[in-house]
Design a protein around this ligand. Sequence first.
Ligand code: NDP
Length: 246
Amino acid sequence: MTSRVALVTGGTGGIGTAICKRLAKAGHRVATNYRNEEKARAWEQAMRAEGFEFTLVPGDVSSPEDAEAMVRRVEEALGPVEVLVNNAGITRDSTFHKMTPQQWTDVITTNLNACYNVTRPVIEGMRERKWGRIVQISSINGQKGQYGQANYAAAKAGMHGFTISLAQENAKLGITVNTVSPGYIGTDMVMAVPEAVRDKIVAQIPTGRLGTPEEIAYSVAFFVADEAAWITGANLAANGGQYMGW
Ligand code: NDP
């Protein structure tokens, strides 16, 4: 395994932390962004206690200017970004007939526009160097839709449209672009859902349990590996069998 420079957005979150650790264990040099300095330093300390050293840079992925500055900071610290994982994301759930413009815009901006904002400053370098790995963290709900998540499902489905277009444009240049679509994972995002609702969700999962962040990290590492050079434009559904479509 060649050691690469990897940028994981939203690396301090539930799934992001597992992705950062998995890539670091594979020998990569990993950076992530933060918005809240205090929270980020506490995370950094916890990671150090477990033996991990990550590069932390400030940056809000919903802003093109912030995202570009974030990428340049990573480059200054570690060198060119060779692996990008677009993982940062939010939900702002509401049935559509009650959804505010803010709920719509926040979710589209943070999940989908962020893919443009962060990928744009890294793609030219990847094309020049003729090597790159880009992975989007989408969602099962971008595949099957979800009551109360028209904004989120639209953004997550859009991320896969982004993936397959970018995959075509860059395939000849040694850059693979893929999507991981997690099902329900036991992170803060899902544990914030009322227990009764969670129980109903689990009842719909053939494996009979929520997924773990480590299982998503494994899916990301699969796409990042040197051996995955011929896999591009794919969507890996890691969802315990809850949805078996595209
Ligand atoms: P968390 O809420 O635990 O983590 C989200 C991360 O994204 C945090 O580090 C957060 O930073 C960061 N983030 C959010 N908004 C921004 C922003 N504007 N700029 C920079 N960073 C930002 O979520 P998960 O780990 O559960 O989710 C990770 C990804 O997986 C998301 O894209 C989510 O949609 C997707 N997913 C999750 C599923 C699940 O069941 N948990 C299922 C399917 C998909 P901060 O601490 O500053 O808020």
